[in-house]
Design a protein around this ligand. Structure first.
Ligand code: HEM
Ligand SMILES: *[C@@H]1O[C@H](CO)[C@@H](O)[C@H](O)[C@H]1NC(C)=O
Ligand SMILES: *[C@@H]1O[C@H](CO)[C@@H](O)[C@H](O)[C@H]1NC(C)=O
Ligand SMILES: *[C@@H]1O[C@H](CO)[C@@H](O)[C@H](O)[C@H]1NC(C)=O
Ligand SMILES: *[C@@H]1O[C@H](CO)[C@@H](O)[C@H](O)[C@H]1NC(C)=O
Ligand SMILES: *[C@@H]1O[C@H](CO)[C@@H](O)[C@H](O)[C@H]1NC(C)=O
Ligand SMILES: *[C@@H]1O[C@H](CO)[C@@H](O)[C@H](O)[C@H]1NC(C)=O
Ligand SMILES: *[C@@H]1O[C@H](CO)[C@@H](O)[C@H](O)[C@H]1NC(C)=O
Ligand SMILES: *[C@@H]1O[C@H](CO)[C@@H](O)[C@H](O)[C@H]1NC(C)=O
Ligand SMILES: *[C@@H]1O[C@H](CO)[C@@H](O)[C@H](O)[C@H]1NC(C)=O
Length: 351
C-alpha cells in the first residue's frame, strides 16, 4: 500500500474501532470451536497427554505458561513469541530458564493447524493445555471459555511485573488485585505449587533469611542447601520439587506443607504469615474437594484477564512468531495491528 493510502486506512480503522458497539467485543464462550474446529480441544488434549506421558513435569510447565501469559499483556500468547535478539517476555529472568512446555504448544498447534488452518488461537491452546494438565494431574475437569485472539507484542521488561518469589503477602495480594483477582483467589491459585519444580536461585538466598527468622524448617533448609551447594549463579539449572510430598499430583498437600514450615518459596510461606490469608490456607488444607472447585473457578477467571476477542489481534499461524505483515490487512506497526482488522476479520467491515 502506498503510504498515503496506508494513513487513510489507519485513520478509518481507528474510527471504526472507536465506534464499535460493545457487543462486537465478544465474550469468551465454552464450545467456541464446536462449529469452527470441532476437534480442537481433543487435539490439544492428545498433544498434552503424549507430552506428559514422556515427561510428567510438563503438566506443571503448561499451567505456569498459561499463568505467565495471562499476567503479562493479558491471555494473548505473548509469552510464546520468540525474539531472535532475546528481547521477548520469555527471555526475561522471571521466565528464563524456568518456563517449559513450549514444544508441547507447538505440537498442539501443528495438530490443530492440520485440521483447521488459521482458526485456533495460541492463547486458547494455552488455556486448553493448562486445563488438560489440571485434569491429568488432579483428576478433575472444568470447561474452558474460548475465543481468545493472539497479540503481536512481547517485551522483555513486561515480565518483571510477574509475581516475585520474594514478594510479601501485601505485594502478592496487590499484584493479583491488579489483575482483578481477589486475595482468596491468589491463595487458591498458588495451590498450583502442589506440582512442579523450582530452580535454586528462586528460593535459596531468601530462605537463609527465613532460617534466621524461624519461618522455615531448619531440616528442610539444610536439605535445600545441600541440593543447591555451589549454586551461586542465576544460570544454574539445579531444581527441586515445590511440593516435596507429592510433586506430580495436583492435591492440597501444598497447603498442609505450608503449615509445617515446609513452603519452598518466601512467597509461599507468606500465605500463612498473614492473618487475612491464613484462613484460606486452612480451608484449602482441610477440604481438598472445596479447594479444587475454587481452583477451577479461579483458573477460568485468570483465563479472562485482558483477552483479545472478535477482530482484535490475530490467529497466529506459528505460536512462536507473529504473523508476517503480508498475511494480514495490517502492514503497519504492531500497535496499529491491534485495532486494524485482520484478513480473516471481515466482520468489522461487514457490520
Ligand atoms: C502467588 C504468586 C506466585 C509466585 C511468586 C510464583 C513463583 C513461582 C516460582 C519462583 C516458581 C519456580 C520457578 C523456577 O525457578 O523454576 C514457580 C513455579 C510454578 N508456578 Fe508459580 N508463582 C505464583 C503463582 C502461581 C500461579 C497463580 C500459578 C498457576 C495458576 C503458578 C503455577 C506454577 C507452577 C505450575 C510452577 C511449576 C513450574 C514447572 O515445574 O515448570 N504459580 N512459581
Ligand atoms: C521425550 O522427552 C525427551 C527428553 O525429555 C525428548 O528429547 C523427546 O523429544 C520427547 N519425546 C516426545 C515424543 O515428546
Ligand atoms: C530486537 O527485537 C525487537 C523486537 O523484535 C526490535 O524491536 C529491536 O529493534 C531488536 N533489537 C536489535 C538490536 O536488533
Ligand atoms: C478428565 O478429562 C477427560 C477428557 O476431557 C474427562 O472425560 C474426564 O472426566 C476428566 N476427569 C475428571 C476426573 O473429571
Ligand atoms: C499494581 O499496579 C500499580 C499500578 O499500575 C503498580 O504501580 C504496582 O506496582 C502494581 N503492583 C504489583 C505488586 O504488581
Ligand atoms: C530474593 O532475595 C534474595 C536475598 O534477599 C536475593 O538474593 C534474590 O536475588 C532475590 N530474588 C529475586 C527474584 O528477586
Ligand atoms: C541451563 O539450561 C539451559 C537450557 O537447557 C542451557 O542453555 C544452559 O547452558 C544451562 N546452564 C548451565 C549452567 O548448565
Ligand atoms: C489455621 O490452622 C492452624 C494450624 O492448624 C491453626 O493454628 C490456626 O489457628 C488456624 N487459623 C485460622 C485463622 O483458621
Ligand atoms: C468442602 O467443600 C465442598 C465443596 O465446596 C463442600 O460441599 C463441603 O461441604 C466442604 N466440606 C467441609 C467439611 O467443609
Ligand atoms: C515458528 O517460528 C519460530 C520462531 O521464529 C521458528 O524458529 C520456527 O521454525 C517456526 N516454526 C515453523 C513450523 O515454521
Amino acid at each position: 500500500m502506498a503510504s498515503s493510502n496506508w494513513l487513510v486506512a489507519v485513520a478509518m480503522a481507528v474510527a471504526v474501532a472507536s465506534t464499535l458497539p460493545a457487543a462486537s467485543r465478544a465474550q469468551l464462550q465454552v464450545g467456541f470451536y464446536n462449529t469452527r474446529c470441532p476437534n480442537a480441544e481433543a487435539l490439544v488434549r492428545q498433544a498434552v497427554v503424549a507430552a506428559i506421558a514422556n515427561n510428567s513435569g510438563l503438566a506443571a510447565g503448561l499451567i505456569r505458561l498459561h499463568f505467565h501469559d495471562c499476567f503479562v499483556r493479558g491471555c494473548d500468547a505473548s509469552v510464546l513469541i520468540f525474539s531472535p535478539n532475546g528481547t521477548a517476555e520469555r527471555d526475561a529472568p522471571p521466565n528464563n530458564p524456568s518456563l517449559r512446555g513450549f514444544e508441547v504448544v507447538d505440537a498442539a498447534k501443528a495438530a490443530v493447524e492440520a485440521a483447521c488452518p488459521g482458526t485456533v488461537s495460541c492463547a486458547d491452546i494455552l488455556a486448553f493445555a493448562a486445563r488438560d494438565s489440571v485434569n491429568l494431574t488432579g483428576n478433575t475437569f472444568y470447561q474452558v471459555p474460548a475465543g481468545r485472539r493472539d497479540g503481536r507484542i512481547s517485551n522483555f521488561n513486561d515480565a518483571f511485573s510477574l509475581p516475585n518469589p520474594n514478594a510479601t503477602a501485601t505485594e502478592l495480594v496487590e499484584g493479583f488485585r491488579n489483575k482483578s483477582l481477589t486475595a482468596e483467589e491468589m491463595v487458591i491459585l498458588s495451590g498450583s505449587h502442589t506440582i512442579g519444580r523450582s530452580h535454586c536461585a528462586s528460593f535459596i538466598f531468601k530462605n537463609r533469611e527465613r532460617l534466621a527468622s524461624g519461618t522455615i524448617s531448619p531440616a528442610y533448609q539444610a536439605l535445600l542447601e545441600a541440593l543447591c551447594a555451589g549454586n551461586t549463579e542465576q544460570s544454574s539449572n539445579v531444581t527441586t520439587a515445590i511440593d516435596l510430598s507429592t510433586p506430580a499430583t495436583l492435591d492440597n498437600n501444598y497447603y498442609k506443607l505450608l503449615r509445617l514450615n515446609l513452603g519452598l518459596h518466601f512467597s509461599d510461606d507468606q500465605l500463612i504469615r498473614d492473618a487475612t490469608l491464613l484462613p484460606f490456607v486452612n480451608a484449602s488444607a482441610c477440604n481438598e474437594t472445596g479447594w479444587k472447585e475454587k481452583f477451577a473457578a479461579a483458573m477460568i477467571k485468570m483465563g479472562n484477564i485482558d483477552v483479545l476477542t472478535g477482530t482484535q489481534g490475530e490467529i497466529r499461524l506459528n505460536c512462536s512468531a507473529v504473523n508476517a505483515p503480508s498475511s494480514s490487512a495490517s502492514a503497519g506497526t504492531m500497535i496499529i495491528d491491534t485495532v486494524f482488522p485482520d484478513a480473516d476479520g471481515g466482520e468489522v467491515a461487514a457490520s
